[in-house]
Ligand binder design. Structure first.
Ligand code: ADP
Ligand code: 5GP
Length: 203
């Protein structure tokens, strides 16, 4: 029985990652969306334990010291981290685990779990489109938007580190591409499973 696999999604804040996952969720089969822990303030409408686990810097540092994170990074002046335990549980259950993490997080996951990881960089067609969408989302102050746009200018340079690029032009088209990528991600076998397969295949 094949164990689970990881699909890392990165892309500038406002790229449409949440929108695309929601639009495709009925078609990608059973998956576990990794809920990150963050020190950032909740946006209007965001719920603790649904969008993120919102914690203080003190609680975050404690998790870091206890080795509870698979990876963590500072993004736009706040800390974000992926807790290890729920990820291992979901992988043991053979699920596809989807991460929405930044480019630094992707590099760390690649170092630790490269053999079961597939990745996609999601971006609007242009910087201008990103700016328009961030403003239309109306969830961030002007200073936060400016910071996110600056960050996007450097994040886009990492696009070549990913297996796939999904241009979020229309949600419908991007969601279709995302479904294909998610299906491909499920087929990725761990080195351990490959070895077992070869032994069994040889009979
Ligand atoms: P992310 O999760 O990457 O930060 P969101 O999914 O919150 O991004 O999308 C950012 C904003 O852009 C939201 O207001 C969303 O409704 C809008 N949006 C997403 N995809 C598109 C698209 N293809 N065309 C126009 N607006 C979009
Ligand atoms: P936002 O504040 O818009 O929700 O997220 C800001 C950025 O942090 C996004 O690029 C998002 O992918 C990234 N991010 C969210 N959770 C994590 C995490 O657990 N680890 C890392 N490295 N980045 C994360």
């Amino acid at each position: 029985m094949q164990k689970g696999a990881i699909l890392v999604l990165s892309g500038p804040s406002g790229a449409g990652k949440s929108t695309i996952i929601n639009a495709a969720s009925d078609e990608i089969g059973e998956y576990y969306f990794s809920i990150s822990t963050t020190t950032r303030e909740p946006r209007e409408g965001e719920q603790d334990g649904v969008d993120y686990f919102f914690v203080t810097k003190g609680a975050f540092s404690k998790d870091v010291l206890q080795g509870n994170f698979l990876e963590y990074a500072e993004v736009h002046g706040n800390y974000y981290g992926t807790s290890l335990k729920p990820i291992y549980d979901a992988l043991d259950q053979g699920k596809l685990v989807i991460f929405d993490i930044d480019v630094q997080g992707h590099r760390l996951v690649r170092k630790k779990m490269n053999d079961i990881t597939t990745s996609a960089f999601i971006t609007p067609p242009s910087l201008q489109a990103l700016e328009e969408r961030l403003r239309a989302r109306c969830t961030d102050d002007e200073s936060v938007i400016v910071q996110r746009i600056e960050n996007a200018k450097s994040e886009i340079k990492a696009v070549g580190e990913y297996d796939f690029t999904i241009i979020n032009d229309t949600v419908e088209k991007a969601a279709k591409e995302f479904v294909i990528v998610a299906k491909a991600a499920r087929l990725k076998q761990s080195r351990e499973d490959e070895k077992k397969f070869i032994v069994e295949w040889l009979g």
